[in-house]
Design a protein around this ligand. Structure first.
Ligand code: 8YV
Length: 345
């Protein structure tokens, strides 16, 4: 009997690839050194596959699933998000889906706080001054490079964190802000669930804050000293941060997006930074990534820090994600349990 074919769409590093070195499967892996078009490679190599392991950048649509054929049992994505996968097509065809939640929570929370601090303290502008040899032309001046202080202080003893989306990563981010003296938290919840004051009181107690409140978007914009965008992508959250939202933010506030680019209208955000509706922004994700040129309005904004989607990029986290993705893949291929399987509704 022929062995099931598994296609690994990205090189996962020697340690994780070794997990696939087993006698009961045939492995076809993307030759990362090639200059071939990745999509074309995938379309031709997925033919007859039983399992497919992909990343966020690899679109799984009807075309790819048709190319794979009826034998495909599992798609395993090395990501917590799965908007690049046509989930309804998978459901219709009875194909299982694995994804990698939880494991990246702490790494993304770290980057979220890092961006808030970097923007507030003008690190982008300050490092450019040093790198460009302009430090000697910028002698010490009392208010040079000064920005709003993230942590609570005698001038601003009340610090409010706002979260668009209040899942695992948002709560891990809030945990990090508590030692900075944050006193209040406002968040937007899933529109399909009702606001619950009892839950909010329990959350305030859990985090040791004076209050945690689920609020409407405009209230969140008005009250927050820093807004973290941490909701899933998709149509319901498209441009949830737009001109109207940004105009309501405090002009000392910082916006951080470590979720998905399309949640924030980039042109509106660039305008908000340029016209000082807000202090600045730190984004790990941008609409249209990775095809961003240096002319992009956000890259041109001095008080906007743009990162190339590195939220989960620590060695430990990526290794954990890749290992989990392989376990999900093998579970699906061998008709066994998958550690983190998407539940079709
Ligand atoms: C990664 C992510 O950059 O997991 C996600 O959904 O956005 C990031 O952790 C990406 O998934 C790597 O495939």
């Amino acid at each position: 009997m022929s062995r099931p074919k598994v296609v690994i769409a990205r090189h996962l590093g020697a340690e994780v690839m070794a997990m696939l070195d087993r006698p009961d499967i045939d492995v076809v892996a993307w030759p990362s050194e090639t200059k071939a078009c990745h999509r074309k490679w995938l379309l031709s190599n997925v033919v007859g596959a039983t399992g497919l392991l992909i990343m966020l950048s690899d679109k799984v649509d009807a075309e790819l699933l048709d190319a794979a054929g009826a034998g495909l049992r599992v798609v395993s994505t090395m990501s917590v998000g799965y908007e690049h996968v046509d989930v309804s097509q998978l459901g219709k065809r009875g194909i299982r889906l694995g994804y990698t939640p939880d494991i990246l929570t702490e790494a993304v929370a770290d980057v979220s706080v890092m961006l808030a601090l970097m923007v507030g303290r003008d690190v982008g502008i300050a490092t450019a001054v040093v790198r460009n040899g302009e430090w000697p032309n910028n002698p010490w001046a009392p208010f040079a490079f000064c920005g709003p202080q993230l942590s609570a202080n005698s001038v601003n003893p009340i610090r409010t964190a706002g979260f668009i989306g209040f899942g695992r990563i948002a709560q891990a981010t809030l945990t990090r802000l508590v030692p900075f003296g944050f006193t209040h938290c406002v968040y937007t919840g899933n529109p399909s669930s009702a606001a619950d004051p009892t839950l909010d009181a329990a959350l305030a107690e859990k985090f040791g804050l004076r209050s945690v409140r689920r609020v409407a978007l405009d209230e969140l914009a008005r009250e927050s000293d820093v807004v973290f965008v941490l909701a899933p992508g998709g149509q319901s959250t498209f441009h949830v941060v737009n001109e109207a939202f940004l105009k309501q933010m405090k002009n000392s506030a910082v916006l951080v997006n470590t979720s998905r680019g399309p949640l924030v209208d980039s042109d509106a955000l660039a305008k908000a930074c340029r016209e000082r509706w807000i202090w600045g922004a730190g984004v790990d994700v941008v609409e249209g990534e990775p095809n961003i040129t240096v002319d992009h309005p956000l890259i041109k904004e001095p008080r906007c820090i743009v990162l190339p989607h590195i939220g989960s990029a620590t060695t430990e986290t990526r290794l954990g994600m890749a290992t989990l993705a392989v376990k999900n893949l093998l579970g699906g291929v061998l008709n066994e349990e998958m550690p983190t399987e998407y539940k079709f509704t």
